[in-house]
Design a protein around this ligand. Structure first.
Ligand code: ACM
Length: 523
C-alpha cells in the first residue's frame, strides 16, 4: 500500500514515467525519493573486492549503450560486505542518492542480484534512475524453471538466452530434462550409442537428425549459468521414460510391446545398475550442483513386461520383494545409493515418496496437483520438497481460453494463477515451511516444436513465477504486477522473444504446433 502511494506521489513530479522505475521481481522494501541519477560516459563503476570488481567491469559493459555523453561525475559502487558471518543469503540493498549508487550484499549471489536490479532500472529508465532505497531478499531459496529438451531440442543459444532472462528475474535453478522417450540429449563417453542412436528423433519425427549436447557444450552452459548464479540440475529419467536409452542399449531394457516398448529399464538385471552408475559418474562430473534428478515418474505406463518376464520375476523372488511395485521401489532405493555414492543427493518426482528412501537422501518434486496427499505424505515423512504442481506450474497448459494448443485439466494456467501460487495450497504445507525449498515452473515440450512456441508458452508466465518465488506473501499484489508487466514485455521485445500478452490477448497470434489443434484434456 505504502509502495503504491509513493508511486502515485512521485509520478506527479518526475520526468521519468511512473511505469519505468519498477522491478521484476518486486523488491520487499522499496522507497522512491526526489532526484535522478544519470548514468553517463563519465560514471565510475567500482567494486571493493575481487568479485565485486569483476561484477563492476561486467556492469560497465552492460551499461555502455545506456550512458549519456556527459562529463558530470558520479559513481556506482559495488560492495561485498565481509564483516558478515554468513555469506549464503541472497539479499542485497541498493541505494541511489546524490552522485552515488551503492550496491551492497553479504554474498556474491546477493551482489549479483543487486547488479541485475540496477541493470533493470537503468534499462527501463534509459540510463536515468530515480533516487531510491531498496532492501531485498528472496522468499524461497529454490526458484526454478524446467525445460524438456528430449521431446524437442532447442540448443545452446536458446538455453543461454533463457539463462540470461532467468538471471534478470533472479531465478536460480535450471532443471534440464535431458532424457526421455523421444531423445537422449547428453553425450556420455562410455556409452556412445546413447547419442549415436538415442539422440535421433523428436516427439513429432522419430527420424529427425540426432540432436544433443556434447560434454564441451554442457561445460560451456554450466559455466554460463554459474556466472549468473544459476544452478543446473540435470535430469536422467528412470526407470520409466527411458525409451531413448533402452533403444540404444536394449540389453538394459525391460522390452515390452507396442506404444510402450522399451519405456523402462530392466530392474531385474544387475548390469543395469552398473550402466546407470557409469552414466551418473559422467553426469556428476559435468554438473557441479549437489543434486541429480533421476525422474522416477509414471513407471506404470510401460512396465507391463515386468509382470511376465521370467528374469524379472525370478529377481523379485530372489530379493524377497512382494510385487512389481516393490521392485520399482527397490530400483529407486538402489539409484538413491548410486547417486549418494557420487557425493550427490537425488531428486525425484513425487512417486519416490513411497519407495522407502531415507528423507535426508532425497528431495521430492511435487507435481501431481490432484494428489495433495502425496505432498502431505512427503512433508510428514520429513522430505524436502519443491513445488511444481501441474496446476498452475506446468507451462505446457494453455494460458488463455481461446488457445488451441496445449493441455487443460479442469481449467488451465493463467499468469495470475502462477503469480498467486502457492497461496491456495499453503494450508497443506502449514507447519512444514522449513521443508519447502521453493517452487518451479516446468515446461514439457510435446507440443512445443519450435522457439516461437517455446517463448509463447514460457512468457510472460516465467515473470509471474519469479514474483511468486521471490516476493513474500504480504508484499504480493497481482493487479499491480499486471499493471507493471508491459515494462518487462518491452524488454522481451528488445530480445526478440515472442510472448503471449494477457493485457491484449487478441494482439498476439498463438503459434501452431505440427498438430494444428491440439488441446489435451486430462482428468
Ligand atoms: C511428470 O509430469 N510426468 C513429472
Amino acid at each position: 500500500m505504502k509502495f503504491k502511494i509513493l508511486f502515485l506521489v512521485f509520478s506527479l513530479w518526475t520526468a521519468i514515467p511512473l511505469s519505468s522505475q519498477v522491478l521484476f521481481p518486486s523488491p520487499q522494501i522499496y522507497s522512491l525519493e526526489k532526484g535522478i541519477f544519470n548514468i553517463t560516459t563519465a560514471t565510475k563503476i567500482k567494486g571493493n573486492s575481487t568479485y565485486a570488481i569483476q561484477l563492476a567491469d561486467k556492469l560497465s559493459g552492460q551499461l555502455r549503450g545506456l550512458s549519456a555523453s556527459d562529463s558530470s561525475h558520479n559513481i556506482i559502487l559495488l560492495k561485498l560486505l565481509s564483516n558478515s558471518t554468513s555469506n549464503t543469503g541472497e539479499g542485497y540493498s541498493l541505494d541511489v542518492k546524490g552522485d552515488t549508487v551503492l550496491l551492497e550484499a553479504t554474498s556474491e549471489a546477493g551482489l549479483f542480484y543487486a547488479k541485475e536490479a540496477l541493470l533493470q532500472l537503468a534499462c527501463f529508465g534509459k540510463g536515468k534512475i530515480r533516487y531510491c532505497h531498496i532492501q531485498d531478499t528472496p522468499r524461497y531459496q529454490w526458484r526454478g524453471f524446467m525445460l524438456d529438451e528430449s521431446r524437442h531440442f532447442f540448443g545452446k543459444e536458446k538455453v543461454k538466452q533463457y539463462l540470461d532472462i532467468m538471471a534478470s528475474l533472479r531465478l536460480n535453478v535450471f532443471h534440464w530434462h535431458l532424457t526421455d522417450e523421444p531423445g537422449w540429449r547428453i553425450e556420455i563417453k562410455k556409452y556412445p550409442k546413447l547419442t549415436q542412436i538415442g539422440a535421433i528423433g523428436n516427439w513429432h519425427d522419430p527420424k529427425a537428425a540426432p540432436k544433443f549436447y556434447t560434454q564441451e557444450d554442457i561445460k560451456e552452459i554450466v559455466a554460463y549459468a554459474t556466472e549468473r548464479h544459476i544452478m543446473i540440475i540435470p535430469e536422467i529419467d528412470m526407470p520409466g521414460h527411458a525409451t531413448a536409452a533402452c533403444k540404444a542399449y536394449p540389453e538394459y531394457s525391460s522390452g515390452g510391446e507396442g506404444r510402450w516398448k522399451d519405456f523402462a529399464f530392466n530392474p531385474g538385471n544387475i548390469k543395469t545398475y552398473q550402466f546407470i552408475s557409469d552414466v551418473l559418474d559422467e553426469v556428476a562430473q559435468l554438473f557441479p550442483s549437489p543434486y541429480i534428478h533421476i525422474g522416477g515418474d509414471e513407471v506404470h505406463y510401460g512396465n507391463q513386461s515386468w509382470y511376465t518376464d521370467t528374469e524379472i520375476q525370478d529377481f523379485i523372488k530372489k530379493q524377497g520383494l512382494t510385487d512389481e511395485k516393490e521392485l520399482e521401489y527397490y530400483f529407486l532405493r538402489q539409484v538413491a545409493s548410486i547417486v549418494s555414492s557420487k557425493g550427490k543427493t537425488m531428486i525425484g518426482w513425487d512417486e519416490i515418496v513411497d519407495a522407502g528412501i531415507a528423507p535426508d537422501k532425497a528431495v521430492v518434486m511435487w507435481w501431481r496437483h490432484d494428489k495433495e496427499s502425496q505432498l502431505v505424505k512427503a512433508l510428514e515423512q520429513g522430505y524436502r520438497v519443491i513445488l511444481t504442481p501441474r496446476r498452475p506450474m506446468y507451462a505446457d497448459f494453455i494460458q488463455f481460453a481461446s488457445h488451441k494448443v496445449g493441455r487443460q485439466w479442469n481449467g488451465y494456467n493463467t499468469i495470475e494463477n502462477v503469480y498467486n501460487f502457492p497461496t491456495l495450497i499453503m494450508h497443506l504445507t502449514k507447519g512444514y515451511e522449513s521443508q519447502i525449498l521453493g517452487m518451479q515452473m516446468s515446461l514439457w515440450t510435446e507440443r512445443v516444436a519450435d522457439e516461437k512456441r517455446l517463448d509463447f508458452m514460457t512468457f510472460p508466465r516465467l515473470i509471474a513465477l519469479s514474483e511468486a518465488a521471490w516476493v513474500f506473501e504480504k508484499n504480493k499484489e497481482c493487479s499491480l504486477f499486471m499493471q507493471h508487466l508491459p515494462v518487462f514485455l518491452k524488454y522481451l521485445d528488445s530480445l526478440g522473444v515472442y510472448y503471449f500478452n494477457p493485457l491484449d490477448p487478441k494482439s498476439i497470434e498463438e503459434p501452431q504446433s505440427p498438430e494444428k489443434e491440439d488441446v489435451i484434456q486430462n482428468g
